[in-house]
Design a protein. Structure first.
Length: 135
């Protein structure tokens, strides 16, 4: 079930807010840092990786966020998303920017949605998600 319309309401809310945040960020910058959001009992909090003195790769920041999600949600009825920049290769071998959203929750296995986006002037246009799960 990789269609956000059929996901639980807390997940839909997290996705909606994350896409709005990414749209706002991408109107001012070319790429954004990975972040996470957690919904516990309809309370949403945004989570960013702790800054260190070392310059860290995006992969390391994503790993840190995954651990923060696990630490925060273990033993709770929470839903979480991890949001990061991605590149999608089209069937014509072109690269397209995308927003990757990894979803996890107490009732579901982890799922990944990829939202390709493009720029039109100063606006960001986000496309519907690409199904990353095999049927």
């Amino acid at each position: 079930m990789n269609n956000p319309e059929f996901m639980p309401a807390p997940v839909r809310e997290l996705i909606s807010r994350a896409l709005t945040m990414c749209e706002q960020l991408l109107t001012n910058v070319s790429v954004f840092y990975p972040f996470a959001a957690i919904n516990t009992n309809d309370v949403i909090c945004c989570v960013f990786a702790h800054e260190t003195e070392e310059k860290e790769t995006e992969t390391k920041l994503i790993e840190k966020l995954q651990w923060r999600i696990i630490d925060t949600t273990t033993g709770t009825d929470s839903y979480s998303i991890l949001v990061y920049a991605a590149t999608v290769r089209t069937h014509r071998e072109n690269n397209m920017d995308a927003i990757a959203i990894a979803i996890s929750g107490h009732e579901n296995d982890e799922q990944l949605l990829l939202y390709p986006y493009y720029r039109v002037g100063n606006k960001i246009v986000i496309s519907p998600p690409i199904n990353t799960m095999s049927n």
